[in-house]
Structure formats: structure tokens, C-alpha cells
Write a protein that binds this ligand. Structure first.
Ligand SMILES: Nc1ncnc2c1ncn2[C@@H]1O[C@H](COP(=O)(O)OP(=O)(O)O)[C@@H](O)[C@H]1O
Ligand SMILES: [Mg+2]
Length: 326
């Protein structure tokens, strides 16, 4: 019998924002088998990222169960979840999330140093191997800014593989690179899936991506829909809906930034604990990167809070005006 890698059992997610409640997932039932290469498609705002966050334990469901590789992770505490994320899952994001002061090799090394299973030398050798595997053997000492978008995404794929995860989760991995490069990145992922056997779940808008998938799953309005033809477009929208969506989008962005900040802080604490084991130069550079990133995120969150308030105020203003017209 084929083993199930992911089981979602009636998963719902409601974002509770006080007056507004956003039902992002409305009872999702989904099985994904080991070694599958699945693509999740659907209109913007339909719940794709939320779904991926449930599997990657970046957020918790409101109800339902999340079972990954046979383990029910729904009630894990933060410590166990951090361990789960570090060992079981490799993440690939739209904007790569590489640390800018570190070289490609150091970026790939870092998760292994966090996990602490390998010596510094072993981690370094493995990082080189992984970079060879993604075709960047001649770029190991380059920093992210010295690499193209496609190459940066390859580095982040190598990084995702560093702790031999069972599952690779990708959110819009080709969303910020050109189409031709996107195709190459996908071919690479497909090859790794075939050769190394990891299960892939890829959220994408890119119809080209669906072509290489062994399975396409559609998320429409918080539900799984298996029979929607490719190229599905968002439902027709009028102005009110757009306004609502733009508020939602801003809130979502804010929440994402907060979550990202939390992740970096946790990672940073872990990292500081390992000071004595790490190469001092690598340590200094990585610390600087973390501090910069955390400061930057804090500033972004402040800006997002301000702009979200503006949307709320504008909404209330419109409502008042409408009421006084009636
Ligand atoms: N943290 C959040 N807080 C409030 N609403 C959110 C949050 N994250 C997402 N949403 C809302 O949930 C719905 C699904 O969002 P998302 O999963 O990001 O969709 P997709 O990835 O398909 O574009 C949207 O209406 C979005 O605005
Ligand atoms: Mg998304």
C-alpha cells in the first residue's frame, strides 16, 4: 500500500479579527501520498497559502486534524513544532529568504548547524554536495546579491534539502523569476523528486507549473475542488468585494510579517545558543543578518499596521456616509 504523507481531515481556518472573521479554509479533506509531486492552484485569496501553512505548521487550524508522515501534529506544542519544521519540512518561498551576508554555501549550511546532527565539517561538505546537485557547484562562495533570481531559488532549494526532510513545501516558487527560469527551477524540483524521493507540494499561479505535476489540486474559496479545469480565473468582482479583499490582503500581509518575525526570533535564539560551536566569522555575519532582518521586519510591521488602520478608517467612513444617505 502506498504511504500517505499528508492527511488533512476536515481542516478549517478562521482568522478572527474581532468584528471581521475570515473563513479561509472551509473543511478541507486531502490526502497526498509519499513521493507525489502535487501542485495547488486557485485564485488569489482562495486559501492556498493558508493550506500550506497548516501542513508546514506555520499556523494552526481552527478545527480538524493535520497528519504528516503518520504523526498527528495538530496539538504539538511550539517546541515540538519547531523541531518538526526543522527536520521534516523544507520550505521554498517566493522571495528566496536567503541571508544576504552569507555565501550560498553558508546559507545551505545554517539549517544543518541548527539541527546539530552534523559536525561543522560534515555540514560544509554536505552543503557543497547539495549545491552541486542543484547545478551551482561553481557558485558556492557567491553571496545572494551576486546571483540571479533563478540561482538564488536554486540555493534555497538546496537549503530546503539540507536536513533530509520528508516533505518540500513551496509557495509560489516561480513567482518572482521569469518564465524560462521558472521552467528550469521546476525541472530541477521534478528531478529531485524523482531521484531523492521527497514529496513536493507546490502552490502556484503559474499554469506552466501544472504541466509537470503528477497531480493538480484546486483550492476555490477555502475548499478543495478536484474538477476545475486549468486556467481558472477569480470570480467576477465588483468594487465592494475588491475593497473587502484589499483589507483582507493587508491584514494577511501583516499577519504573515508577524509570523515571519516570530520565526526569525526563534531561529535567532537557537542560533545564539550555538555561538561556541560556530565559526566566529560565520557567526558574526549571520548575527548581523539576523539583527538587520528582525529590525527591518519590525519596521515593516509598523508600516503595515498604519496602512491597515487607514483601510479600516476608510471603510468606516464609507459605511457612515452610506448610512447617512439612507
Ligand atoms: N493572517 C490572516 N489574517 C486574516 N486573514 C487572512 C490571514 N491570512 C490570510 N487571510 C485571508 O484568508 C483568505 C485566504 O488567504 P490565503 O491563504 O493567503 O490565499 P492565497 O494564498 O490563495 O492567495 C484571504 O481572504 C486572506 O485575505
Ligand atoms: Mg498565497
Amino acid at each position: 500500500m502506498v504511504k500517505k504523507m499528508i492527511e488533512l481531515k476536515m481542516v478549517t481556518k478562521i482568522y478572527d479579527l474581532g468584528k471581521i472573521k475570515v473563513q479561509a479554509l472551509k473543511g478541507v479533506l486531502l490526502d497526498i501520498e509519499e513521493r507525489e509531486f502535487s501542485v495547488i492552484m486557485g485564485p488569489s485569496g482562495s486559501g492556498k497559502t493558508t493550506l500550506l501553512n497548516m501542513v508546514g505548521a506555520l499556523d494552526r487550524p481552527t478545527s480538524g486534524r493535520v497528519i504528516v508522515d503518520g504523526a498527528d501534529i495538530t496539538d504539538y506544542d511550539e517546541g515540538r513544532l519547531a523541531h518538526y519544521r526543522g527536520r521534516k519540512i523544507g520550505f521554498v518561498f517566493q522571495f528566496f529568504n536567503l541571508l544576504p551576508l552569507l555565501t550560498a554555501r553558508e546559507n545551505v549550511e545554517l539549517p544543518m548547524l541548527f539541527a546539530g546532527d552534523l559536525s561543522a565539517n560534515e555540514a560544509r561538505e554536505k552543503a557543497k554536495e547539495l549545491l552541486n546537485l542543484v547545478g551551482l557547484g561553481d557558485r558556492i562562495n557567491h553571496r545572494p546579491t551576486e546571483l540571479s533570481g533563478g540561482q538564488q531559488q536554486r540555493v534555497s532549494i538546496a537549503r530546503a534539502f539540507s536536513n533530509d526532510p520528508a516533505l518540500i513545501l513551496c509557495d509560489e516558487p516561480t513567482g518572482s523569476i521569469d518564465t524560462a527560469t521558472g521552467v528550469e527551477v521546476l525541472r530541477l524540483m521534478k528531478r529531485l523528486n524523482r531521484e531523492l524521493g521527497q514529496t513536493f507540494v507546490i502552490v502556484t499561479h503559474d499554469p506552466g507549473v501544472a504541466g509537470v505535476a503528477s497531480r493538480s489540486i484546486y483550492v476555490i474559496d477555502g475548499k478543495i475542488s478536484l474538477d476545475v479545469p486549468p486556467g481558472v480565473s477569480p470570480p467576477t468582482d465588483h468594487i465592494a468585494k475588491r475593497m473587502y479583499e484589499s483589507t483582507q490582503a493587508k491584514i494577511a500581509k501583516l499577519e504573515t510579517s508577524k509570523r515571519e518575525l516570530q520565526l526569525y526570533k526563534t531561529e535567532f535564539e537557537l542560533f545564539l545558543k550555538r555561538k561556541d560551536e560556530l565559526d566566529p566569522i560565520l557567526f558574526r555575519k549571520a548575527r548581523e543578518d539576523y539583527v538587520n532582518r528582525i529590525t527591518h521586519l519590525q519596521q515593516r510591521i509598523m508600516a503595515e499596521i498604519t496602512s491597515t488602520k487607514e483601510v479600516f478608517i476608510f471603510d468606516q467612513f464609507k459605511k457612515k456616509r452610506k448610512e447617512s444617505n439612507e
